[in-house]
Design a protein around this ligand. Sequence first.
Ligand code: GDP
Length: 311
Amino acid sequence: MKVTLLAGGTGGAKLAHGFAMLDGVGLTVIVNVGDDAEMHGLHVSPDIDALLYTLIGLLDEERGWGIRGDTHSAHTMFDRLGAPTWFTLGDADLATNVERTRRLRAGERLTDATAGMASALGISARILPATDDRYRTRLQTDEGLLDFQEYFVHRRQQPEVRSVRFDGVETARPTPEVLDAIGESDLVVIGPSNPFVSIGSTLELAGVREAMMATNAVKVAVSPIIGGRALKGPADRMLASMGHEPSAVGVARLYSGLIGRFVLDETDTSLAPAIEALGMAADIRPTVMGSDTDRMALAAALIETRDMLTR
Ligand code: GDP
């Protein structure tokens, strides 16, 4: 079965791992690149890398980014050299970013650089950056307009976000691979990722919503909000500060018209009628993906739903 998953680097990456561990799934992951930045002269793609590391079992799960057990000699030297060091890159993580930058400077598209690196790491899932063009998430906050990493890492998500915008949205285009993947899939899943900065960034690219509307795939989203809270990151606070309900219902509302089904956690069973009132089916499942077994179980449940609907 062909599955396409829209994802960021945490919740979405865990679900990608679940699909990747199942037999018979041809997985494509469309990854947010709005978080990309220039650091130490390198092209850093935090969500692509979190996905790569998750899929090869090397993500530092405690921090939620970087490689488990990585050393930090380069970071220490950057500091001695007076370079900005608020964005930490471990030594092995630095190698990933050097290699990406080398490929880009040699003229590869980000799509091909990512494919080459994923394949070298033995990853069989297709990992597609949402766009190859320059595209950057910027946040209007109570402390002014901030680049994503400035907000997320440097200011530790403390400023209150009022709105999100994407620099380059007028000219950036989704790649042909992205549009084809959505069009040719049996199942399209919007992963449990931040709906504004990890999913919204991809949906706002010209033509992606239209491709979502046009595909014959079964379309499902999984809630990143459980019991009114994000398991990690600022998604719950961003929903509230941007005027949305900080709950699974608030997320579902952002996707209404785009998907036919919404998966919410078993702790949120009472929200099912409100989800259904939005014109989508509500599927109640355990959605906390602590272990590999949890990840596979959620992915398998999504596959079963699709099988059931097309039987
Ligand atoms: P980012 O790129 O690091 O911001 O990562 P994502 O956007 O992919 O993921 C952030 C969201 O993932 C947060 O809103 C979390 O609540 C959600 N999340 C993390 N782990 C899980 C999980 O195991 N299950 C579910 N349902 N959501 C999760």
